[in-house]
Design a protein around this ligand. Structure first.
Ligand code: GAP
Length: 513
């Protein structure tokens, strides 16, 4: 199945099974804004819990905070977001549609990559087992020609972005003869800068009201609380502050479902270190974060690092953790060495000293910062993409199963009475009432047992137990495993011990030690 079709199926599945709905659905939705349904919120909470506990529980030098979304507007001046948090935009005069100039060019680069890959796939089919991909890429005249064009375009584009040369970005679009996907024309306007922050007014009268922003990242809430936390928690460097919260960006190219949203959630951790040690910590955090991702068990081949060629003016190193989505490798998390830029800026703009006195070196300094910043929604999408599976069964039927890591699954156990009579529902409810204190357990009696299994497969429930007539005599149930579909007879008294260990977040956290 084409990856595009897989992605459409995942989006449809998310809606059909109560994971993600378009916001304001009955009013035909609101672009790039989404709501999480009854299963989505559980999965999302489990992702957040996995992250939070891996930071705050497993590290005795990391603490959490929850700062407000509204902040003093000067914060965004100090951080550089008022002046520099911009996207270069271009309009097509015929369709009246607006695009990000950088995205139009990146899409063009991706087309070259696609063409090259298609050549390689064709050749692999032709030469079969004798195919040497590396040699083919290095010698095929057609591939070399495409690669050379792609690299030249990439180099020109990188230079234009580094210099934020808006005229050059437009010229690239014209030279590459990029057309508007709607009108099909090349009738482009100039490229302009567009600030991504949403703003609103705080205060009762229009005259006295103050312009405030909806935060575009949670990180600044950590920076401006650095001193409060350091002093009240008597924290010693190195230490970290973690936060999970909403962020808002007026994204112009909002697409690919929950990949790029206007309202989204971030899980960020700022780690404050002694100047000069930041590269060592940058490497440590890269390793720690990759381990966190890979502990989910989707396979190491689903992840890669992508080091930034263009560094933000405050960073001295940056990398993305990319995940293999149905539409290719995409950024899920950023790990940045932000120097002492943010704290120094807040010192300058607030006029307050944010220096740290280091008792070990007897020096005062502004700490350097390593940041790990991951989007909850992107993480959610990566988990759904990897878990969504269509399996051909021996009887010719297809089953759709979400192979979610058990610790992230919305429901851990479904208890199903074989029939709705003879005391089986009462026995099943007894089991639910006992186990619900340990993990998310539900009761389901509607439809045939086969249909109920399928329903639980589709939402990723790792275990089902069936209560039958024998249960009333032997106090045993049939336990079914979602992935293998194997069934075994187990005592009701054993259920908690068998299941709890495999479905609790602790099972993931133990892999990180
Ligand atoms: N404090 C650093 C920061 O915000 P970023 O690379 O702009 O860095 C970090 O964002 C993460 O936030 C990204 O890796 C991504 O997972 C998530 N993210 C950013 N913009 C997003 C959007 N419009 N929709 C969904 N997630 C987004």
């Amino acid at each position: 199945m084409a990856q595009e079709d897989v992605f459409k199926k995942i989006v449809a599945h998310c809606k059909e099974y109560g994971f993600v709905f378009p916001s304001s659905d009955i009013y035909d939705g609101l672009a790039a804004v989404y709501d999480y349904g009854q299963n989505g919120v559980e999965l999302k909470n489990n992702i957040k819990q996995y992250w939070w506990q891996s930071m705050v529980l497993l590290h005795d030098n990391i603490v959490g905070i929850d700062s407000a979304i509204f902040m003093h507007p000067t914060i965004w001046k100090a951080s550089g977001h008022v002046d520099a948090f911009n996207d270069p935009l271009i309009d097509n005069r015929d369709s009246k549609k607006r695009y990000r100039a950088d995205v139009l060019i990146e899409d063009e680069i991706a087309k070259y990559d696609d063409k090259i890959n298609k050549e390689v796939v064709k050749a692999a089919k032709r030469f079969k087992e004798n195919f040497d991909e590396e040699k083919y890429r290095a010698t095929s005249p057609r591939v070399l020609e495409l690669q050379q064009k792609r690299d030249a375009l990439h180099a020109r584009y990188s230079a234009a972005m580094n210099a934020m040369d808006l005229n050059e970005l437009r010229q690239i679009i014209l030279d590459e003869e990029i057309v508007c996907p709607i009108s099909g024309t090349k009738n482009w306007t100039e490229v302009r800068q567009f600030n991504l922050m949403f703003s609103t007014e705080m205060g009762s009268t229009a005259d006295g009201a103050m312009k405030v922003y909806l935060r575009p990242e949670t990180a600044q809430g950590i920076f401006v609380n650095y001193l409060n936390v350091q002093k009240t928690g008597r924290m010693k460097i190195p230490f970290g502050i973690a936060q999970i919260g909403k962020a808002f960006r007026n994204e112009i190219v909002a697409r690919q479902f929950i990949f790029r949203m206007r309202e989204f959630e971030q899980m960020e951790m700022q780690f404050f270190v002694r100047p000069g040690t930041e590269m060592e910590w940058f490497s440590k955090w890269k390793e720690t974060r990759m381990k966190w991702h890979q502990a989910l068990g989707f396979g190491a081949d689903h992840y890669r690092f992508h080091d930034h060629e263009k560094l933000a003016h405050y960073a001295n190193a940056a990398t993305d953790v990319e995940f293999l989505m149905p539409f290719g490798f995409k950024e899920v998390e950023g790990i940045h060495s932000r120097t002492n830029f943010d704290l120094s800026q807040h010192e300058k703009f607030s006029g307050k000293s944010i220096k740290y006195f280091d008792p070990e070196t007897n020096e005062s300094y502004t700490p350097y910062v390593i940041e790990t910043s991951i989007g909850v929604d992107r993480m959610f999408l990566s988990v759904m993409s990897a878990a969504y599976t269509e399996e051909q069964l021996e009887n010719g039927e297809t089953r759709v199963v979400l192979k979610l890591p058990a610790a992230l699954a919305p429901v851990k156990l479904a208890v199903l009475p074989l029939v709705k009579k003879d005391g089986l529902p009462e026995k099943a409810r007894e089991i639910v009432n006992d186990l619900k204190f340990h993990f998310n357990t539900i009761y389901d009696e509607k439809d045939s047992i086969g249909k109920r299994y399928r329903r639980q497969d589709a939402v990723g429930t790792p275990y089902c137990v069936t209560v039958d007539h024998d249960t009333l005599n032997d106090n045993c149930v049939t336990l079914r495993n979602r992935d293998t579909m194997q069934q075994e007879r187990v005592a009701i008294s054993e259920l908690n011990a068998i299941i709890a260990d495999r479905v609790n977040i602790t099972s993931l956290l133990k892999k990180l030690q």
